[in-house]
Design a protein around this ligand. Structure first.
Ligand SMILES: [Fe+2]
Ligand SMILES: [Fe+2]
Length: 232
C-alpha cells in the first residue's frame, strides 16, 4: 500500500501512526522528540535529505509493520466491527476521561500563574474549544456514524451507504479542525515548555495535553486511514 505518509504530516503524527518511524528518523538525525511538531518536508529540508527516499523507507516499514500481529499498523487487517470496538474502548474512553481533567488543571494554573503568564488565557480558551468540539464529535460517531456502519453490515442498503459517506466527510473535517487547534496550542505553549516558575500542576497539565495529542493522532489515523477507507 502506498500513500500512508506525505510530506505535510508532522514528525509526531508519523511516529504516532508508525512507532518504528522513530528508528528511521534517528538514523537520519531527524529530531522527533522536541521537533515533533515540524512537518516532514521541513525536517527533510533542514537535514538536506531526499524526500522520495525517506517516504519510501517509511512506506516499507509500514508495510512490514502491518503484517506483524499486535503492531500499530496491524489494525489495517482488523474487521471493521473489531476496529470500531477498539476505537471506542481505548480512544473514546480515554478522551472522555482526560478532557475534563485537563480543563480543571488549566483553570487551576490560569488562576495561579495567569498574571505572569498571560498566554495561559489563550491556552485555556483553545483547550475549551477543543474539548467542546471533541465531545460533540465523539457523540456523533457513537450515536450516528458507528451504528449506521453496524446497520449497513447487517443490511447493505444503498441509501445507508450514501449517508455513511456523507457522515465520514463531516468527521474528517472535524478531525482537521481538532488538529488545527492542537497545532495552535503547540505554538502558543512553545511546544509545551513549562516556565521555570511553573508548578507541578503546570507540568502535569502540559504533559496531559501532549499525551492527548499523541492519542488523538493515533485515534484519527485509525479512523481516517483505516476505518473510513473501507467506505470509499
Ligand atoms: Fe473516534
Ligand atoms: Fe473521529
Amino acid at each position: 500500500m502506498t500513500g500512508t505518509f506525505h510530506n505535510t504530516q508532522t514528525i509526531g503524527e508519523i511516529v504516532a501512526i508508525l512507532p518504528e518511524a522513530a528508528d528511521i528518523f534517528n538514523r537520519h538525525r531527524i529530531d522527533f522528540c522536541c521537533g515533533g511538531a515540524r512537518q516532514l518536508s521541513t525536517a527533510i529540508r533542514e537535514q538536506n535529505l531526499n524526500e522520495a527516499e525517506i517516504l519510501n523507507e517509511l512506506e516499507n516499514a509500514f508495510e512490514k509493520s502491518r503484517k506483524t500481529p499486535g503492531s500499530a499498523a496491524s489494525f489495517i487487517e482488523m474487521e471493521p466491527d473489531s476496529l470500531v470496538r477498539h476505537i471506542l474502548n481505548t480512544h473514546h474512553v480515554y478522551t472522555k476521561r482526560v478532557l475534563p481533567e485537563i480543563e480543571e488543571l488549566l483553570i487551576k494554573i490560569m488562576n495561579v500563574h495567569g498574571e505572569r503568564h498571560p498566554e495561559l488565557f489563550r491556552v485555556q480558551k483553545l483547550f475549551s474549544a477543543l474539548k467542546a468540539d471533541l465531545e460533540q464529535h465523539l457523540q456523533k460517531e457513537e450515536r450516528v456514524l458507528f451504528p449506521m456502519m453496524e446497520a449497513y453490515r447487517n443490511d447493505p442498503a444503498q441509501e445507508v451507504g450514501a449517508r455513511i459517506r456523507s457522515a465520514i466527510n463531516v468527521m474528517e473535517n472535524e478531525h482537521t479542525g481538532a488538529g488545527d487547534i492542537l497545532k495552535e496550542l503547540r505554538e502558543v505553549t512553545e511546544d509545551y515548555q513549562v516556565p521555570e516558575d511553573g508548578c507541578g500542576s503546570y507540568s502535569l497539565a502540559y504533559a496531559k495535553i501532549k499525551e492527548l495529542e499523541s492519542d488523538l493522532f493515533q485515534h484519527i489515523h485509525l479512523e481516517n486511514n483505516i476505518l473510513f477507507k473501507k467506505w470509499v
